[in-house]
Design a protein around this ligand. Structure first.
Ligand code: ARG
Length: 240
């Protein structure tokens, strides 16, 4: 089939506007032992997390609430499974562990208002070295997850990762309405293209091998001037 020049130009424009492959814009990750996928009773992975103790997973507060268009209810421990170190959700690597207790930040109401942090206590400890929690300023960071690889694309069955720059708080505040530097971190390129997306929530943001944030929210995914927002874990060290 021959395509006329104007049609070709339009096609190039349309295709280049579609977010690239990824978490968004990233690549498949090697197995990371302390990265956690959270599965519901049906086995559906709905969020990520990170092992911060042999029997404790940190995730996002909003991951502990199941929302539909009209309903909202707490996820109960007995309906949750933590898949620790299982990069390929169709494989059997790592550990599938039941959850004994769910703690959610008591002041959490909505992601935009912050305090988007929760911990899950596992039914038994796993023989995996946990990740250490640290604070961060602007730095190169890596985010991991099984979420959508574009706003309109499917989630991934294999763990993915992407590098995103952590931005200065003043820049985050200029781009994210209601940004609260004490409890949030934002990351992403001004031109967009690389980001976490739906399904990556609760998953780890890593700087120099340490956990600095969990995926919280964003407007769309990987859009220009719309950095991803993460919970700043150093703020919550006394609680988690
Ligand atoms: N709220 C989403 C989730 O539940 C995470 C969104 C992150 N979005 C972003 N653009 N960084 O999976």
């Amino acid at each position: 089939m021959r395509i006329s020049a104007p049609v070709f130009a339009v096609l190039v424009l349309v295709l280049s506007a579609v977010p690239a492959d990824a978490i968004v814009g990233g690549r498949e990750a090697p197995a990371v032992p302390w990265v956690v996928a959270l599965a519901d009773r049906a086995g559906t992975v709905f969020c990520g997390g990170a092992l911060i103790d042999r029997d404790r997973v940190v995730t996002a507060a909003h991951c502990t609430i199941e929302r539909t268009a009209v309903t909202k209810r707490d996820r109960r421990p007995e309906e949750l499974t933590a898949l620790v170190g299982r990069a390929d959700l169709d494989g059997g690597d790592g550990h599938a562990v039941a959850v004994r207790a769910v703690w959610r930040h008591p002041d959490f109401t909505d992601v935009a208002a912050g305090h988007d942090v929760a911990t899950l206590t596992l039914a038994e400890p796993v023989p995996v070295r946990p990740v250490r929690v640290a604070d961060t300023g602007p730095a190169r960071a890596t985010v991991y997850g099984w979420g959508r690889t574009g706003e309109l694309k499917a989630p991934s069955r294999r763990l993915r990762q992407v590098e995103v720059p952590i931005r200065a708080d003043a820049e985050c505040a200029a781009e994210v309405p209601g940004y609260r530097p004490e409890g949030m971190v934002c990351a992403g390129y001004p031109e967009g293209g690389k980001d976490a997306c739906e399904g990556d929530s609760g998953g780890p943001l890593i700087v120099d091998g340490a956990l600095v944030g969990v995926v919280s929210f964003g407007r769309g995914c990987a859009r220009p001037d719309q950095p991803g927002v993460y919970t700043r874990l150093s703020r919550y060290l006394d609680l988690i």
